[in-house]
Write a protein that binds this ligand. Structure first.
Ligand SMILES: [Zn+2]
Length: 171
């Protein structure tokens, strides 16, 4: 069996923390930690420190030009949720290039840096209750420009003459 250049414990931890333990795939950004319901000392963790170029020869995106040290360095890791970590290695990695994963990592680390000490509430608009757009002409009931979470039970109706919009999401 060939040797694998696995990340050590400190490297895994650094890769996770540098990503705020949030998946670096821009289309995903899943949170990866929560408390265990059955054991108050434990937690559920679905994150992975994934190799950008494979830990062993023949693996996804393996780069023979890297030294063993480079291959197991923080620089060669990207933090992903378990699903995305599996996804990037399907078809032995041909669907996701090294450049693409490095871009994900760079942008995610910038995003994490910008959002340190900010509330998730500031990133997502929450709307609930009943809303009615009523009248003549151009009337919009709910207008939101940011990513929006509609609480279960939210109701939006429109009535009137002209260009009546119940809910509009956009800028
Ligand atoms: Zn993900």
């Amino acid at each position: 069996m060939s040797t694998r250049d696995e990340f050590d414990k400190n490297t895994v931890e650094a890769i996770g923390k540098r990503a705020s333990y949030i998946c670096s795939n821009p289309d995903c950004k899943n949170l990866t930690l929560c408390p265990s319901a059955e054991n108050e000392d434990k937690f559920i963790y679905i994150g992975k420190a994934a190799h950008i170029t494979a830990a062993a020869e023949g693996g996804p995106r393996y780069d023979s030009n890297l030294t063993s040290e480079q291959r197991k360095s923080t620089n060669n890791g990207i933090f992903l949720c378990s699903n995305c970590a599996d996804m990037i290695d399907k078809n032995n990695g041909i669907d996701f290039s090294v450049d693409q994963l490095k871009q994900w990592k760079k942008e995610h680390e910038e995003w994490a840096t910008q959002n340190l000490n900010k509330s998730l509430n500031s990133l997502i608009t929450t709307i609930d209750g009943e809303h009615t757009a009523r009248g003549k002409g151009n009337v919009t009931g709910i207008k939101t420009t940011k990513p929006t979470f509609f609480k279960p039970g939210t109701k939006s109706t429109a009535e009137g003459e002209g260009n009546i919009t119940a809910t509009y999401i956009g800028s």
